[in-house]
Design a protein. Structure first.
Length: 163
């Protein structure tokens, strides 16, 4: 059995946007979010199951959108299936957009918060868990979230869903 990972060293507080997916609370650094907008239904993409992914018109460009259930269940976060329609869409573009863009449907945006983020831990989308606003919030890494979405879509296209 390996020793537990050392605790992340806290850095200067960073501004994060808090949101809910199902009964779980998440946050992502605001630097990884281009925009928060109202939810609009997506169009299907040939070759991809409609319940997995689609695209929406975002300022004249096709923005890929991955379902909450697919992204969070695949990331091991256990969001319950059969969620009601999302209310908002976070447009993610980690570190200025060089890692791509993604529309992330969310149930509710809770607002902005200053959070003492540490060095990312582990290899998944959730890099830290912090108590914020009286609940435990899963902190997402924008680049890893985009990479996870790309891996899910690539796996379905190739016929080999990722683990």
């Amino acid at each position: 059995m390996s020793a537990p990972a050392p605790p992340a060293e806290a850095t200067a507080p960073q501004r994060v946007i808090l949101f809910e997916v199902g009964a779980s609370a998440y946050a992502i650094p605001i630097s990884d979010v281009l925009e928060v907008t109202d939810w609009a239904p997506w169009a299907g993409v040939p070759g991809l199951p409609r319940q997995l992914a689609g695209v929406i018109n975002h300022h004249g460009d096709a923005l890929p959108v991955l379902s909450r259930e697919s992204l969070f269940e695949a990331g091991g976060e256990g969001v319950e299936l059969s969620l009601p329609p999302p209310q908002s869409l976070l447009v993610l573009a980690a570190h200025g957009g060089e890692a791509g863009r993604l529309g992330l449907p969310v149930d509710r945006v809770l607002g902005l918060e200053e959070a003492p983020l540490g060095t990312p831990q582990g290899s998944g989308m959730v890099v830290e868990r912090l108590p914020l606003r009286g609940r435990i919030v899963c902190i997402l890494d924008g680049r890893r979230t985009l990479a996870r979405a790309a891996a899910l879509i690539d796996g379905v296209v190739a016929g080999t869903p990722p683990h």
